[in-house]
Design a protein around this ligand. Sequence first.
Ligand SMILES: NC(=O)c1ccc[n+]([C@@H]2O[C@H](COP(=O)([O-])OP(=O)(O)OC[C@H]3O[C@@H](n4cnc5c(N)ncnc54)[C@H](O)[C@@H]3O)[C@@H](O)[C@H]2O)c1
Length: 255
Amino acid sequence: MKYFSLQNKNILVTGGGSGIGLALVKSFVQEGAKVILADIENCEKLAKSIGATYVFMDVSKESSVRDGFETSVDKIGKIDVLINNAGISLLSGVLEEGDAAKWSKVFDINVFGVMYGLKYGPRYMNQGGSIINTASQAAFTKVAGMEPYAASKAAVISLTKTAALELAHQRIRVNAVCPSNTKTPMMAQSEDAAYAELMSNLFSPMSRVAETDDLVGVFHFLASEAAQYINGQALIVDGGWTAGVSNQLLEKIQE
Ligand SMILES: NC(=O)c1ccc[n+]([C@@H]2O[C@H](COP(=O)([O-])OP(=O)(O)OC[C@H]3O[C@@H](n4cnc5c(N)ncnc54)[C@H](O)[C@@H]3O)[C@@H](O)[C@H]2O)c1
């Protein structure tokens, strides 16, 4: 449908080299968009193999973000859709044991990364564009010992709402997508991968972790003109986890 078309849009995805970001890059290319895969890792070959263009960007460094946008615009022209997706997950124990170095690392990438994207992105974007920040269901559903990641994602939602107010004059919409546990290298490498899968099976009424394919359509929708009046929202994509208590959890309690 024309309304949902991303044909000929210029799209930049940070953290595009793996997991959710890579799934988005592949899908956007297939939809006829010109896509920049921005990542801290060298993804030159990967980008080429899927029809995207690689640009180095370390989202935690202000100058790297600015330079990355500059290079991207030189390569494909002004951006229509910016996905601030790069992020890391690090646990730091319960708050009483908080490790400030870990907090800084997570905030440098997850919070400052999005903040720099919102600072520089709009300068390199066309009017009528869309920015989508990857937050997390963790911003809403708290689990002991899971900060600072959850706090960083709550900050991303706050940044999303403020940016939506500030960028409306440029006709740029800003929204966030908040996935629950999703099968990606990040989840596989996390210190609590098995625990995350168990939690999803128990807490999500759909009784499974998300696949990247469960998320692609949501980003696609928010990027497109079909979502032209959706602004400043944090869309939770969690199979119903935050809706209430799943049947399997109820059964477990009754055992
Ligand atoms: N996988 C999940 O369960 C899950 C759930 C909710 C939200 N998220 C969020 O989705 C986003 C993507 O996560 P994923 O699971 O696909 O992770 P992933 O580890 O598979 O991919 C993350 C990508 O970001 C890149 N990256 C890391 N630091 C960077 C930096 N400083 N600058 C630029 N790129 C950098 C990595 O190289 C990698 O390519 C993250 O923001 C994450 O917090 C993931």
